[in-house]
Design a protein around this ligand. Sequence first.
Ligand code: PHE
Length: 452
Amino acid sequence: MPESRCLQGIWSSPWIFIFAASGSAVGLGNIWKFPYVLGQNGGGAFLLVYCLCLLLVGLPVLVAEVALGRTVRSNPVDTVNDLSERRIVHKAWVIVPWLAGITGFLILTFYSVIAGWSIGYLERAVSGEFRQITQAGAVTMFKDLLANPSEMLLWHSVFMVLVVLTVGQSVTRGLSALVRILLPVLVISLLGLSAYSMTVGNMAKTLDFMFGWSWQDITFDVVLAAVGMALFSLSVGMGAMFAYGAYMSKRMSIARACGIVVGVDLLVALLAGLLIFPLVFSFQIDVEAGPSLTFVSLPIIFGGLPGGQFFAGVFFTLLVVAALTSAISMLELFVAWLHEKFYIARLKAALLLGIAVWLIGIAVLLSFNHWDSKILFDLNFFELLDALTSLILLPVVAILLSILVAWFIPRTMLQNEMITKQISHFEWWYGTLKYISIPAMMVITLAGWIGV
Ligand code: PHE
């Protein structure tokens, strides 16, 4: 029965939701993915479109997801079941939480491998391997890691054990304490490191690249990449925020809480850009290098920094913890559902799902070395999973979920849920979701599929 579960599960302080949701949003997406996607999409133009996407798509959909989670206060699958039993929506809508859970699950299969790279780099950092490293040395270091499936398997396994243990506890307890410390320390470290990076690297070119733009740089591909990145970075469209919404205290304004989460997420991504690009430009690393960009630049930054070994150790620890607080939110939907529906202990549910993720992750890590053959559309297994989740599943879930909230859930129910004092906030959100976010996501996603 949802109510009784909820009463124990509600996060007592409104801030716990903000910390948990920020913990989910801030992760490898901000520090690993954002800089390289920015690099591949021309810098300033992408950043401008990205900010618009956060505001006009990411934020409204995030609010929708959280509001839906909080209406029934159950896990997302049972939330929709409950709404259909009360004849508010058709039961076919249960496809949305299912797809959301599957998306989170699939993302975790490769997210864990990349998080494993971060653990591998943590180990290199503390053993002093970055000291005075050259650019060629940093490139070789990354290539060596990719060519070593047993090392990747070790770190992927370590990360998955951490995920299972954390998500197996009640999310309420483990998470808030962790993120409360993590976020401020991460922001302060990024501030310090990016200031250092700008003094030793090419600051002028970085500022020009990140903030300069012209109209002709805004191409369709840039818009498509920005929408995908905004959804990924805010953890929207995978049921993570849906699940956390169920734990959110009713006293909190959803719009305000989500606004803070978006702000924190953008701040961390910007600081990561300001940390990495000064070095990229002064060492003439290819800005379009892709997934290797962060992992090649960071050792060079720490290699020349006085006390670099210590700072690198701290930084990679923060990165691994940030990845962990994101990863656990990917499993939360199914763990909560198995626990509440079938009374399976959380740890057992987490273990079952974790083993499945771990096995698929092995195929992912092999696709960087022994099994790098193209399977479909000229993509290998990792690239295929990335494309399937970010270009298909994620936008589809976000679109369906937004349609469900904007067109099928009664307006009064949402109004009660939003509890914002200013009625104009509600109207702004509702109108944007209905008439901007949904059509924009539909047009952009469809056009992307047919290859406009
Ligand atoms: N938002 C997370 C990040 O930027 C990734 C994530 C995706 C988390 C999906 C939860 C669900 O790293």
